[in-house]
Ligand binder design. Structure first.
Ligand SMILES: Nc1ncnc2c1ncn2[C@@H]1O[C@H](COP(=O)(O)OP(=O)(O)OP(=O)(O)O)[C@@H](O)[C@H]1O
Length: 259
């Protein structure tokens, strides 16, 4: 098993509040891992640290690039994204006034860095590349059954479909890791079931690592191969869904809260 992301003793303080305290974790290639915990446990803060949205107070984050583990400390969010870490947000962040297709095309541009002169002077290779991008975007949308909505404005799509588009947009960046922040938030049971199928599909077809934050326990227990549990900023437990469901500390801190 190859480790793709390694987090060592991560700490994040907001003034006097320690939101993340000595958190260590690792993600392996092609793994689907969930990060759970009660409200305010520090899950989103961990995501923000891993994707460079905020920087840590101390600790180390390393990401595999070919044979080497590269430190992500001091790297900016866009650099981390370009290295292969895509994410979605708790509150959807699509370009609402752009079409479904354009939302995906924008995400793909990081793979096609055409030279300035080539694009301004419209060399034949520019058109070839443009055509190629368009084909790939359409194929990606078709896989997720979004091709029929291709020319609709993102803002006109139902909530569940917007969430799906956000995931497709993340995938369009060809990531090695996809971070999903509460993908089922606000979804009805049917949409959640759809989403579960979609995430499975991603795992199979794209061979990427997925780390997801989710409150919907049936989704987590159904999908995750491994689960990390955070409580009050600390890592409380790590294990398979079975192990986590039987962990007394977890039941007390988290599952107990639900019933
Ligand atoms: N920018 C910030 N400034 C100050 N405190 C913050 C900031 N961001 C998060 N916190 C605090 O850090 C703690 C962890 O918050 P975080 O949002 O990471 O938890 P969470 O597990 O994602 O919660 P939820 O499940 O409710 O989304 C909370 O006490 C929160 O109030």
């Amino acid at each position: 098993m190859t480790t793709i992301l390694k987090v060592d003793k991560l700490v994040k303080k907001f003034g006097g509040l320690t939101a993340v305290s000595n958190v260590s974790m690792q993600l392996n290639e092609d793994e689907l891992v969930a990060l759970i915990g009660p409200n305010g446990a520090g899950k989103t803060t961990v995501f923000n640290l891993l994707t460079g949205v905020i920087s840590q107070s101390s600790g180390k984050i390393c990401f595999r690039e070919r044979e080497e583990m590269i430190s992500l400390n001091n790297k900016k969010a866009y650099q981390i994204a370009n290295m292969g870490c895509a994410r979605t947000f708790q509150n959807i962040r699509l370009f609402k006034n752009m079409t479904v297709l354009d939302n995906v095309l924008v995400a793909m541009t990081n793979q096609y860095k055409e030279g300035f002169f080539k694009s301004v002077l419209r060399f034949p290779s520019f058109y070839r590349t443009e055509d190629e991008i368009l084909k790939k975007a359409r194929a990606l949308l078709a896989i997720f059954d979004l091709d029929k909505d291709m020319y609709k404005l993102a803002s006109n799509l139902p909530y569940g479909i917007q969430r799906r588009l956000e995931i497709v947009r993340g995938l369009a960046m060809k990531p090695k890791i996809l971070f999903l922040d509460e993908p089922a938030a606000g979804m009805n049971p049917e949409e959640t079931a759809d989403l579960t199928r979609l995430i499975r599909k991603i795992q199979k077809e794209f061979h990427i690592t997925v780390l997801l934050i989710e409150h919907d326990m049936s989704l987590v227990m159904n999908l995750a191969e491994r689960i990390y549990v955070l409580d009050q900023g600390k890592m409380l437990a790590e294990g398979t869904p079975n192990e986590i469901q039987q962990d007394k500390a977890v039941i007390k801190a988290y599952l107990g809260e639900e019933g």
